[in-house]
Design a protein around this ligand. Structure first.
Ligand code: ADP
Ligand code: MG
Length: 712
């Protein structure tokens, strides 16, 4: 990441002077809109329009070039045609401008010629140490009253608030700004990063983490420029500093390159979006799917305290709404609190005698505005309750405003430090009631499930912040020299894929639990090996030209005796010669047969961008079809490994399902920890599949059955 000091970034976020190069007199031109926005946003610094053809713009004296401005310039906002940007930026450099926002399009996004132009900008920015945002971006907004700058072409200045928004897409940025304005959501900063030729998400996060006016960061990204750096930084921001800032992200678009050409299961699966899921998860970043969800969560985080646990109370006047909220709450990981006897007693007194006191607290359709005070008060006081959702369905005899007032009073007078989210469902306009809630920052949601989901996100984040910190497991029983020698041997022979026995030897050197195995050339040798290993055994073809042995008849399972062995041996060679006539056959792998257990897959893929990725999932021959896998950037700590295992959809199968005994999850964890160590020590290994790792019943361990290792 190009280094920029905080001072340089300050010139971007809080400039004392701005030059708008390409400011224009033409109505509706971007150059005019941006200039107008700066003036009308109430910018506290000095703004200079630059345009060689204009005398003045909107009544402000214009300069022919940035170098003609008789003042120091912190920030240049550039909106000239793409071909002219480089020379303008160079002038900025000579002028001593410290930051630049390149709004102009016509760069990397249009192809090769544009990419060349962009590279030129990069060089110029670097030469002068300019912090450059864009090109092809919407600009930057800072609502801090001491700055009050809208240097974008988006209409209108957002309200001031404590939510910062970084967007890779300009169009989506505009849509999001509009949504925020409509919903009256306040922002602290808005930054559109465009093509990220210089500044990217990490630079901005680095700045925002120390911004006293930002309490939540929203990210819209299509890709991460430096995922490893992002991981470190996001982990720090979300959980390691005195002031913890939640990060919510939408990730769309491009997946990793080269995934299609992969020769391993891990390689094939690592191209997918799951990798981003994992990086976010590993960094405490909450990933969301839609803009609506993004802001739903953002306002909850921005306005309410985090819950201390996941037990919530739901208060409602409509049973159906309560059920919707409950379903969503449970689906997203919350629990309905069980009230203390004191609370239950109080509620019985407050509710009509016919009501069965439970959670959700259903106060029935009987019109009684007062209960929104007394009942909210009561559940907030209950030590078993970590957060409250208050729902009001419209009622002809109740006023939403009065309900809002009662909720506000209850929350204020109990001095509660628990999150309260509201769902006032108006028939026509809930705005007046919502404004009453806003006086003490209670967010309102138009539907109960949205409130429940937002509260669940807060509980998840709280769990992340308070997660137990564990270490990396280090294994000292590893024969690293032996592992290196195996790789060197393959390379001497000009092979990038290790042969079956080599891969097994390497994993053995790394302390993985292996089945007994021998490499043989003849049937008689095979017989001898089977006797040494003991029946039942398995035969597998060993060939550098065969990736999936099973598919070509190259695996014969559960061989019980000498007769079967001879038969299988011949049959396998016949089958393989028929299906793969040109395959070079190195020999036959005789392996101990293992009965029962569950098939899992462990993988490693060294990605040029992400670095070493570990994969875990349900294994066997259907992995690509099931895609039930998780990824982590290696190395992974002990707890990370536990979470990784528990995260797959099929985890229930490993836990013991329909009376089956539970699997040895500790054995999987140990294998993953060994793989994590291998990933950091054996940099030459670019892909590795253990498929399957058969995991036995709890206490009986796991066994590597099949391994494939590709070196650089
Ligand atoms: P490939 O993946 O190249 O087709 P494998 O060695 O993974 O070959 O074998 C295919 C399948 O055969 C495995 O997924 C597993 O179900 C089964 N299998 C292979 N070896 C053994 C063994 N030693 N014991 C039990 N089952 C085995
Ligand atoms: Mg296999």
């Amino acid at each position: 990441m190009t280094a920029h000091t905080r001072e340089t970034l300050k010139a971007l976020f809080a400039p004392k002077s701005v030059a708008v190069i390409g400011a224009s007199t033409k109505p509706d031109s971007l150059g005019r809109v941006v200039f107008k926005n700066i003036i009308f946003s109430g910018y506290t610094g000095v703004v200079y329009p630059v345009n060689p053809k204009a005398h003045s713009i909107l009544g402000v004296k214009a300069y022919p070039s940035v170098v003609d401005i008789p003042d120091e310039i912190d920030l240049a906002v550039i909106i000239v045609p793409a071909v002219a940007v480089a020379s303008v930026l160079d002038e900025c450099g000579r002028k001593g401008v410290r930051a630049a926002v390149i709004i102009s399009a016509g760069f990397k996004e249009i192809g090769e010629e544009g990419a060349r132009r962009e590279a030129e900008l990069q060089q110029i920015a670097q030469r002068y140490g300019i912090a450059m945002l864009g090109p092809n971006c919407l600009g930057i907004i800072n609502t801090d009253p001491s700055v009050s700058l809208n240097a974008t072409f988006a209409p209108g200045m957002p309200r001031q608030g404590n939510i910062a928004f970084i967007s890779q897409s300009g169009a989506l940025g505009v849509a999001a700004l509009e949504y925020a304005q409509r919903q009256k959501i306040g922002l602290s900063k808005f930054v559109s990063i465009g093509n990220k030729a210089d500044l990217h998400e990490n630079h901005l996060l680095e700045y925002l983490k120390d911004d006293p006016l930002t309490d939540v960061v929203l990210l819209y990204v299509e890709d991460l420029e430096d995922p490893q750096g992002f991981h470190r930084l996001a982990t720090e921001i979300t959980s390691e500093r005195p002031k913890k800032i939640p990060i919510l992200a939408i990730k769309s678009g491009r997946t990793l390159e080269g995934a299609k050409a992969a020769t391993s299961h891990t390689g094939a699966l690592a191209g997918s979006d799951e990798v981003y899921d994992s990086v976010f998860m590993q960094s405490g970043v909450l990933r969301v799917e839609t803009i609506e969800e993004l802001f739903d969560y953002a306002v909850a985080f921005a306005q309410q305290p985090l819950p201390k646990g996941n037990r919530i109370a739901i208060v409602t006047n409509a049973g159906g709404a309560g059920i919707l909220a409950t379903d969503a709450a449970v689906r997203y990981g919350l629990q309905l609190a069980s009230f203390t006897p004191e609370t239950a007693q109080k509620l019985r007194e407050l509710l009509p005698p016919t009501v069965n006191v439970a959670n959700p607290v259903d106060m029935t359709g009987e019109p009684n505005e007062q209960r929104y005070d007394t009942i909210v008060r009561t559940v907030l006081a209950d030590p078993n309750v970590d957060g409250v959702i208050v729902i009001a369905a419209p009622h002809i005899l109740m006023s939403l405003e009065n309900i809002a007032r009662n909720i506000v009073r209850a929350v204020q007078e109990t001095h509660s430090d628990k999150p309260v989210l509201a769902c006032l469902m108006a028939v026509t306009d809930a705005r007046p009631a919502i404004e009453i809630l806003e006086t003490i920052n209670i967010p309102n949601y138009s539907f109960p499930e949205r409130a429940a989901r937002a509260l669940a996100a807060m509980a998840r984040y709280r769990d992340w912040v308070h997660r137990p910190r564990t270490e990396y497991r280090i294994f000292r029983d590893i024969q690293i020299e032996r592992a290196r020698e195996l790789i060197a041997q393959a390379k001497r022979d000009g092979r990038r894929v290790l042969l079956e026995p080599e891969a097994h030897d390497l994993l053995k050197a790394y302390g993985f639990p292996m089945l007994k195995y021998r490499l043989v050339r003849t049937e008689d040798e095979g017989l001898h090996a089977a006797h040494e290993i003991g029946y039942p055994v398995v035969l597998k073809i060993v060939s550098p030209d065969i990736v999936h042995k099973f598919d070509v008849g190259g695996v014969k399972l559960n061989i019980q005796n000498d007769t079967e062995l001879r038969e299988s041996f011949r049959q396998m060679l016949t089958d393989v010669t028929r299906t793969k006539p040109n395959a070079r056959i190195v020999g036959v792998f005789v392996q101990e047969f293992i009965k029962g257990g569950k098939e899992t897959i462990l993988g490693l893929k060294r990605d040029p961008l992400f670095g070493p990725l570990l994969m875990f999932g349900l294994g066997g021959i259907y992995v690509e079809a099931l895609r039930d896998v998780t990824f982590r950037l290696a190395p992974v700590r002990e707890l990370g490994i536990q979470r990784m295992i528990r995260q797959i959809r099929g985890f229930k199968i490993l836990e013991g399902f329909r009376g089956e005994p539970p699997s040895d999850i500790d054995a999987i964890a140990e294998c993953l920890a060994r793989l994590s160590q291998l990933a950091t020590q054996m940099e030459e290994i670019v892909e590795l599949d253990i498929n399957p790792l058969i995991v036995l019943e709890k206490g009986h361990g796991a066994r590597v059955v099949d391994a494939r290792i590709v070196v650089a």
